[in-house]
Design a protein. Structure first.
Length: 407
């Protein structure tokens, strides 16, 4: 392990040259100077526990969700008695508006990185580390707490001005849409092969019928995303490809916080509406065992799994009662002879209609819908992960049209 670390440092210096070498020398100096501070912190531990945590700032999903869940757990007193927690960023910033808002909310100290590293040189370091590595709210604390982020007056003014610039009348409702694709990670972190989770990708064109459905109902539909793989070409003036025209870090956060609801898949930006407690219609959800833990207003429909050798879809029971429901790598599906199938435009449209009716209090479910819903959750709870608190519902239209998956 030590040899690997040394080789990595040498390679980085060769690639980065003198600047990287000087940065590493400065880092070693900071590390050495931090050791006395660590000893003082250890001495104070019985009286005042000071902890250090790294915020996963290079991926917006974890940057938003992990941090918000930490704050919810702190508020509820779950493993977080009164302590002094100090944070630092782990390098690149995925969204500067989110950083600005966390700066207002948390204790941020850029030298905390070196104190944390120095602390980890000694046994018993865990007590002085903030655990902030989870983006799953398995205890349901998000629903029991209020958002920890808010916009100041200047940001509210800017946000409303930007909405008007996009053509949205004041107070007009809007819905956000996003389809995950590989372009963002390929552009921002080209040295890493992210192809292992391409099974999560989706085609934005499959969302268009749902967008078209909403505009006669008085909504604007905004396509979200950064560095997207394809634009959408559509003549409807109430459908805006914001991702391809005028996208900014600020608006990513502002729109996610102010939308009537958000239609998303497993793209990282889906954590933003979670942070602001906005209703979410999840489409193309996968893996199924990690079904979303959201609010009582959330709905979701999963991707389906086509078993190539038998030319049929796997049932929910087969998925839940096997490792397949937790697959998180492309090769796992390939080894099992499984093709991951996106939701159809009709399935997405059906879920969006249900969500729109749901938030208006107009959603009607008959006896069959209730029976199908109960059947799904009976199967789910028979073998699942993190199933302590799942208030979200599966789309009723999806279950009606896929009854064979409930066998």
């Amino acid at each position: 392990m030590g040899n690997i670390f040394i080789r990595r440092q040498i390679n980085q210096i060769f690639k980065g040259g003198l600047i990287i070498f000087l940065k590493k020398c400065l880092g070693i100096l900071f590390l050495i100077l931090s050791i006395p501070l660590v000893l003082i912190i250890r001495f104070l531990r019985p009286f005042c526990l000071i902890r250090f945590g790294v915020l996963p700032s290079n991926r917006i999903g974890h940057f938003a969700a992990n941090t918000e869940i930490y704050l919810c757990e702190r508020d509820k007193g779950s493993n977080y008695p009164k302590k002094i927690d100090i944070f630092y960023y782990n390098g690149e910033i995925s969204n500067y508006q989110l950083k600005k808002m966390w700066d207002r909310t948390l204790r941020i100290w850029f030298l905390g990185k070196w104190v944390d590293k120095a602390n980890r040189l000694f046994l018993g370091y865990q007590a002085n580390v903030v655990p902030i590595n989870c983006d799953i709210d398995s205890s349901g604390f998000l629903r029991q707490t209020k958002p920890h982020l808010s916009f100041i007056s200047d940001e509210e003014y800017l946000g409303q001005a930007e909405l008007r610039k996009m053509g949205l009348p004041v107070g007009n409702p809007f819905i956000c849409f996003i389809a995950r694709d590989k372009e963002y990670l390929k552009s921002t972190q080209p040295d890493i092969d992210w192809g292992y989770h391409n099974y999560r990708d989706a085609d934005i064109n499959n969302y268009i019928p749902a967008m078209e459905e909403l505009t006669p109902r008085g909504y604007f539909a905004l396509r979200m995303g950064a560095m997207v793989g394809k634009k959408i070409n559509i003549s409807n003036p109430n459908i805006i490809d914001y991702a391809s025209n005028g996208r900014s870090d600020f608006l990513d956060v502002y729109l996610s916080a102010k939308c009537d609801f958000f239609v998303c898949d497993t793209a990282g930006v889906s954590s933003l509406p979670i942070v602001f407690r906005r209703p979410i219609a999840w489409v193309n959800y996968i893996p199924l065992k990690l079904a979303p833990i959201g609010s009582l207003d959330d709905l979701f429909i999963p991707k389906k799994l086509w078993l190539l050798r038998e030319e049929r879809f796997l049932t929910f029971s087969e998925i839940f009662n096997s490792e397949i429901g937790g697959f998180t790598r492309n090769f796992q599906y390939e080894q099992q002879g499984i093709k991951v199938v996106e939701n159809t435009p009709e399935e997405i449209r059906g879920l969006v209609i249900e969500m729109e009716e749901r938030i208006k209090g107009q959603c009607q479910r008959n006896t069959e819908d209730k029976r199908l819903q109960e059947r799904f959750w009976t199967l789910f709870k028979s073998d699942s992960i993190n199933n302590k608190s799942f208030p979200a519902r599966v789309g009723a239209d999806f279950l009606r049209k896929n009854k064979e998956l409930l066998k």
